[in-house]
Ligand binder design. Sequence first.
Ligand code: SF4
Length: 344
Amino acid sequence: MPEFIEMKKIDKGRASTVGTVVKVEHLKKFFAVRKGIFSREVHFVHAVDDVSFEIKRGGVLALVGESGCGKTTTGKTLVRLYEPTGGKIEFLNKDISKLRTNADRMWFHRKSQIIFQDPYESLNPRMTIFDIVVEPMSVQGIGNIKEREEAVADILQRVGIAPPETFMWRYPHELSGGQRQRVAIARALILKPEFVVADEPTSMLDVSIRTQVMKLMLDLINEMDMSFLYITHDLSVARYMADHIAVLYLGKIVEMGEIEEVLQHPLHPYTQALISAVPVPDPEFQREMPKIKGGVSKPIDPPDRCRFYERCPYAMEVCKGTCPPLIDVGNDHKVACYLYNKNG
Ligand code: SF4
């Protein structure tokens, strides 16, 4: 497995990985659906189902998995764009699962932000770059006009939109895709948040500018000592950006740990399949492929068994019983699979 992904990795140099910024315990987010317009029967999509993890100060956790695995729902629930169905989210030791007062909401939204995938849709085309970037300051009532202009100029300069005074009064359609995503990053970072959810922020960009934007984010993470949840389906991006990884499958974390440990020693059949799907630029190279079956199904009222059961080449009788718990197999490496759970 070590041959995969030979992308040069930047020394992330994060020294202050002490203290937990985000702690998620048994988080659940279900959506009610009806199977037909006239049906009274209500079913539930278990988009996020009993997910737990922590992100340290200055740390980047990559959340990976195929489309439809619940990555974006997890991110949106963490920044409270969705109300959790169950579980607990602690942010800076404060329970933010229920933000009861307006002051709590303002405090949380000042310290947490989200960067969306699509730089073409996430910026309002009728607003100037200045108005877009300054919006979080205006909403929070921070600074006077002069201070806001200085803050916008400063953050635009830092994300490489320079000279800022040239770009501030332009509209998004006058910018390239890479510049728009830099503006989206500037808007997310203008309040110097302590936690950011980045939802596939480079997947819509040309390959040529993707690495520039990723490097920019890493530099800003180091400089501003922020914590990130970095959502991606691309393991090479995860390896470049993150120090820890959580692999999500149908709303459940199936494997988690320090990123090099997990990528070099993947244990769960799903993680192994994801790694085997990463292209290697060597026509001679032959890799052992786990023969997984079918595609990702919808997690509607899923039975209490391993979520990967239908696709798993190693499925056993015990896997039909209950969902395997996430257990520590050493080196802070956790896996949810009965192949490694002797008590299963
Ligand atoms: Fe496969 Fe069973 Fe492990 Fe699930 S618990 S991944 S079905 S071996």
